[in-house]
Design a protein. Structure first.
Length: 126
């Protein structure tokens, strides 16, 4: 995951996410053009997630994702491909998905999940 963090931090310009993300290496269901597959997720935040895909995706493609946050209930949400990160080292090509139509309950669960990780990282560093 250090590869992903380094890649995002080294983007040119003043790159900054609207909402923070947390590393999230778990299976994620992806519904794409009528086909459902299980893919790999890399990060999640209340604004979206980073995933791999069964085939090449273009920016603007709409998908549906489904995943569990550490034993919490199933989250199913629509999303749209916003950016593409090329394969690098052992990492496959990855896609930045922006969530659309994410309910406030799920937003809160994801926000709590991300902030819990931030608190743990701060405790370890301090």
């Amino acid at each position: 995951m250090a590869e992903i963090k380094d890649e995002l931090e080294n983007k040119p310009g003043n790159y900054r996410r609207r909402v923070p993300r947390r590393n999230f290496e778990c299976p994620v269901g992806v519904l794409l053009q009528g086909d459902y597959t299980i893919q790999r997720s890399f990060q999640v935040g209340e604004g979206g997630m980073m995933i791999s895909a069964p085939k090449k995706l273009d920016v603007g493609v709409q998908i549906v994702t489904s995943f569990y946050l550490e034993g919490l209930q199933l989250i199913i949400v629509r999303g749209i491909v916003r950016n593409i990160m090329p394969a690098k080292g052992s990492l496959p090509e990855r896609y930045g998905i922006e969530f659309t139509h994410l309910g406030s309950k799920y937003k809160r669960e994801i926000r709590n999940f991300v902030s819990a990780a931030t608190r743990l990282e701060n405790q370890k560093a301090g």
